[in-house]
Each structure stands twice: as structure tokens, then as C-alpha cells.
Design a protein around this ligand. Structure first.
Ligand code: NAP
Length: 281
């Protein structure tokens, strides 16, 4: 699994991590999803993303169970506070609840899930305190436009680690403004929903172009898509997979490096489109 610098945090992270949204919450499918996460960790996908929102806390609990017994320092666990909870006191309390559910003494990354009504400065003040208390190593934002991302960073003494945003082959809008701004400020971009609900696999002419790049490398279309999304320094992706075979396929994408010709072919098949507001789910 390739790793690279995660923004200005000083840590290196695998280019491909693991998402947990919509993870099955009960029965055999939940157990399989937990096995998939553990297999992902063995394959190097140690950046695992969750949120207090997912399953109203249930997914954090399931993740906590899944990682029990894994040496904590091997993992990079990220979770998120809901905007409605993101007052100073609300953030501090939400973080405690998340830590309890995750059965962790600290998370590696704490994110504001999307911009909300509470003043950003207040949320960032809570984030600073959580960092000082050792309850999170790094902090970041999610679903932030470039200006708001830079504003959030300005309220912090330590670097804003990342902005986690929607990015897939059929939604490349962040390449216009957000990625350049993130690069200028040493902020990593974490691509969520990297498979875009499978939209990139539906359009047949585009799919053919992607598959021919994939075939050249003995890879699958999904692996080529993940390699494209993580092709530059500062770009990471967190596909979610509740099935072990999907985890295996996604992990192997972390070994795949596209050349300039491959990148150009995929970019031509999936045009960037015009600049516009940040797309979200
Ligand atoms: P995604 O990762 O693009 O797609 C997940 C879907 O793809 C699941 O149905 C999964 O199936 C399937 N899949 C995964 N690997 C596959 C493979 N190799 N072959 C075939 N199918 C495969 O979508 P997402 O869950 O929306 O996004 C990823 C993560 O980003 C989330 O889980 C969450 O952690 C984060 N996220 C954050 C935000 C935010 O606002 N910050 C928003 C959305 C998502 P199985 O599960 O059955 O394996």
C-alpha cells in the first residue's frame, strides 16, 4: 500500500483508507463488515473513517468492536461531530461520546461533518482543546468550500489536517478551486464516495476508456478509478466496503500508479466540467 504525507500533519497515510457509512448494523452482515475492516487493516488500509451520525452512533460502536485488539498505534481513526452539536460544549461532549463508543482513548482525526450554524471559530476552539487534551491528534473539516476551509485553518494553532469532500470520476468539480487551495495551505483532500454510486461504471463509452487503462495494468475499473482519484500528492480516498472481497480489491488499488497517459485518458473520458459550488451528497 502506497503512503504519502497527510497534509502538514507530519504523518504518512495510505492512499486508500476505509469508509463506514451505511455499514450493516446487525446480524451476519455486520459481522462480515467487521471482518472486512480487519482485513482492510491487514492490507494497510489503517485510515478508517466514521462519524457520530452513522447509525446514530451504532457504527462507531461496531468499529470499536472491530478494532479491539489491534495495536492502537497501527490505526488512524477519524470521526466527525455533527454541525448541530458543534458549539464549544457540544463538541467536547460529542467527542467524549464518540470515544466511548469507539472504546478509544483518542482518535487520530476529528472532523466537523459539514458547515453549520455554530460559529466556526467556536468549533475550532473546541478542536484545539481536544487536541491539547490528547483526545484527538489532528483536526479537520468536511464538505467545506475553499474559503471556509482556509478560515477554519486560520482559527487553529496546529495545521488543519484535511477537508473530506465528495470526489469521484463523474464529480471532479473540486479540481478547479478546492484542490489548488488545499495544496497551497498544506491541507490534504480526502475523497468520499469515490465510486459515486457506481455512476462511472454505467456510461458505456467512458467505462470502456477506464477499462482499457485498467486492463493495461492488470487492474479493475474500480482500482483504476481509485488510482486516478489519489494520483497527486495530498489526495486520499476512503471507499467503504462491507464485503471482504471488495476490501481486497480496494486495497490492491493502493499499489496501482497511473502514468501521465493513463491520467490523460481517464480525464478525457470523464471531463471535469465547469466550476461551481462544492457538490455534496
Ligand atoms: P463508496 O465508498 O463510493 O461506495 C460504497 C459502495 O461501493 C458500497 O455499496 C460497497 O459495497 C461498494 N463497493 C466498495 N468496494 C467495492 C468493490 N471493490 N467492488 C464493488 N463494489 C464495491 O461510497 P460511500 O460509502 O458513500 O463513501 C465512502 C465513505 O466516505 C463513507 O463510508 C464515509 O465513511 C465517507 N463519507 C463521508 C461523507 C461526508 O459528508 N463527510 C459523505 C459520504 C461518505 P459493500 O459495502 O457491499 O462492500
Amino acid at each position: 500500500m502506497r503512503t504519502k504525507a497527510f497534509g502538514a500533519t507530519g504523518v504518512e497515510l495510505p492512499v486508500i483508507g476505509q469508509g463506514t457509512w451505511n455499514m450493516p448494523e446487525t446480524g451476519g452482515r455486520a459481522k462480515e463488515a467487521q471482518r472486512a475492516i480487519r482485513r482492510g487493516i491487514e492490507r494497510g488500509m489503517v485510515h478508517i473513517d466514521t462519524a457520530e451520525m452513522y447509525g446514530s452512533g451504532r457504527v462507531e460502536e461496531l468499529l470499536g468492536e472491530a478494532i479491539a485488539g489491534v495495536p492502537r498505534e497501527r490505526l488512524f481513526i477519524a470521526t466527525k461531530v455533527l454541525p448541530g452539536n458543534a458549539s464549544y460544549r457540544g463538541t467536547m461532549a460529542a467527542a467524549e461520546r464518540s470515544l466511548r463508543r469507539l472504546r478509544c482513548e483518542y482518535v487520530d482525526l476529528y472532523l466537523l461533518h459539514w458547515p453549520g450554524a455554530h460559529p466556526l471559530q467556536e468549533t475550532m476552539r473546541a478542536f484545539e482543546m481536544l487536541r491539547e487534551q490528547g483526545k484527538t491528534r489532528f483536526v479537520g473539516v468536511s464538505n467545506f468550500e475553499a474559503d471556509a476551509m482556509v478560515e477554519a485553518a486560520s482559527y487553529l494553532r496546529a495545521p488543519l489536517a484535511c477537508n473530506q469532500v465528495l470526489y469521484h470520476l463523474c464529480e471532479r468539480g473540486i479540481e478547479h478551486e478546492l484542490i489548488p487551495a488545499a495544496n497551497r495551505h498544506g491541507i490534504a483532500i480526502v475523497a468520499y464516495t469515490p465510486f459515486g454510486r457506481g455512476s462511472f461504471l454505467r456510461a458505456s463509452a467512458r467505462r470502456t476508456a477506464l477499462e482499457s487503462v485498467a486492463t493495461k495494468h492488470g487492474a479493475t475499473a474500480r482500482q483504476a478509478a481509485l488510482a486516478f482519484l489519489t494520483r497527486e500528492p495530498g489526495l486520499f480516498a476512503i471507499p467503504k466496503a462491507a464485503r471482504v472481497e471488495h476490501v481486497e480489491e480496494n486495497a490492491a488499488a493502493g499499489e496501482l500508479e497511473l502514468d501521465a497517459e493513463d491520467v490523460a485518458a481517464i480525464a478525457a473520458a470523464f471531463p471535469r466540467g465547469e466550476p461551481g459550488p462544492l457538490a455534496t451528497l
